[in-house]
Design a protein around this ligand. Structure first.
Ligand SMILES: Nc1ncnc2c1ncn2[C@@H]1O[C@H](COP(=O)(O)OP(=O)(O)OP(=O)(O)O)[C@@H](O)[C@H]1O
Ligand SMILES: [Mg+2]
Length: 429
């Protein structure tokens, strides 16, 4: 059997780690009409598992007989895509429940849609027209779900990448349907954390502001170790306790990195023929660190401001935490320092402990990556510091031998002072 790991973005994992609390809360919310979680936006950094969680939300809703419409907002034309997806679901026909797992996401999403359509009845969707607006399509589908005593779920991934006008329209439509028309529409969106700033500053997006923001917490070392045991065993392999502990610590709580470490260990450890041992585990952690640097850290670093990079650089030099006051030399303005720390915390690069006012590196703030990424400025700073330690010469003790050389007015000879001397020329010092 092949590797049970999914070292990629947006892939449904074979084993979902550390999300029991959130999936239970979501299942409860779907049974409770006024539960706040029924309109949710997941905000968390790259590779933490937003898409995987949305897929889980969709599966739970589909299993409850709800109609699930899933789109991502990174390309415009959400209404057109929903229409196309419904057409695709109709073509796929019934009996595709088995396609829900391990399928390319488009097929899996259509399968979910198909299950929902089967439960609300095909007739309900037959009157959909390709030119309908998003609001009209959603109203039609939600009303049909309501007639069946069920509800509808709309999920929108990559909300941060949406065209701003389309995002505003989406916000207004969902708000209108769920609040004013009282239609049974549940909504779950996913976005990178900087979207929080966008929705706070744009009144037309305030619907997203009012949505619940359930946490997607970093995966703890114990949860990651349990994940490795379970994923490897399910695929017919075995992994030593020591190896799974090494891998669990190595992933630092990030789902994407966790999958890459598992996949590398599976290959390097020649699983399933041999047990994955701690040697393979150590090698896997090293190999995955490079991948995480390129895929997770570097894109983040490229987006940071100079102050944010310097804050990270300073943190990378200490073993644990630093008080916020230590960064006043980098960013003296308290509001700007606050904004920089918030941006870094949102990106998963730092953890800010507001009671003690201390900062530490977050699960995406990999020390080695920071040191590597800031290498040029570190070397520059180091050579500047070295230059600064050289004894400074005053104009009068210039020993280079170069002189002003102007002819003296009253005495024969030339000025012997350095070229940039102050005051009058002199023939003797
Ligand atoms: N709870 C989890 N347990 C195990 N694996 C997970 C979990 N969550 C996500 N993964 C795996 O990690 C990878 C990254 O997850 P996902 O693509 O959902 O992250 P994301 O937050 O949506 O990233 P991006 O911000 O780039 O869209 C996926 O391929 C998935 O298989
Ligand atoms: Mg995603």
């Amino acid at each position: 059997m092949g590797s049970p790991f999914t070292p990629d973005f947006g892939k449904t994992p074979t084993v979902l780690a550390a999300r029991d609390t959130l999936t239970a809360a979501w299942a409860r919310a779907l049974r409770t009409p006024d539960d706040r979680l029924r309109t949710s936006v997941l905000l968390s950094p790259r590779g933490t598992g937003k898409t995987a969680m949305l897929n889980e939300f969709e599966d739970i809703a589909a299993q409850n007989g709800m109609l699930v419409v899933a789109v991502d907002a990174s390309t415009s034309g959400i209404a057109e895509r929903i229409f196309e997806r419904i057409e695709l679901a109709r073509e796929l026909g019934e009996g595709v429940a088995g396609a829900l797992r391990d399928q390319p996401s488009e097929t899996a999403k259509s399968a979910r849609l198909n299950l929902g359509l089967a439960s609300i009845g095909w007739a309900a969707t037959q009157r959909l027209k390709p030119k309908w607006s998003l609001r009209r399509i959603l109203t039609h589908l939600a009303a049909a779900s309501a007639e069946q005593g069920s509800a509808m779920l709309l999920t929108v991934d990559e909300l941060h990448a949406a065209d701003i006008e389309e995002a505003r329209r989406l916000a207004a439509d969902i708000q209108h349907m769920s609040k004013r028309e009282n239609l049974p529409l549940c909504f779950a969106g996913a976005a990178l954390p900087f979207f929080r700033g966008v929705i706070r500053s744009d009144r037309k997006l305030s619907f997203f502001n009012r949505c619940a923001k359930p946490l997607i917490p970093p995966i703890s070392a114990d949860e990651a170790a349990a994940f490795y045991k379970s994923a490897v065993t399910v695929a017919g392999g075995s992994v030593s306790d020591e190896a799974s502990a090494v891998m669990a610590v190595g992933c630092g709580g990030n789902a994407y990195k966790m999958q890459h470490i598992g996949d590398q260990a599976w290959r390097l450890g020649e699983a399933p023929d041999r047990e994955i041992d701690d040697n393979a585990a150590h090698e896997a952690v090293t190999a995955a660190a490079r991948i995480a640097h390129d895929d997770l850290f570097r894109p983040l670093w490229d987006e940071l401001t100079t102050s944010e990079r310097r804050i990270l650089g300073r943190l990378a030099d200490v073993p644990d935490t630093l008080h916020i006051a230590e960064f006043a030399t980098i960013e003296p303005d308290p509001d700007r320092l606050d904004a920089a720390v918030t941006a870094l915390a949102d990106a998963g690069c730092v953890d800010y402990e507001h009671i003690t006012g201390t900062l530490s590196l977050g699960h995406l703030g990999d020390r080695d990556s920071i040191i590597e990424a800031s290498s040029v400025s570190r070397h520059l700073q180091a050579s500047r510091a070295a230059i600064d330690t050289l004894p400074r010469r005053s104009a009068s003790d210039d020993s280079s031998g170069i002189t002003c050389g102007k002819p003296m007015r009253r005495v024969p000879g030339n000025c012997t002072l350095p070229p940039s001397h102050s005051g009058r020329c002199r023939s003797k010092r």
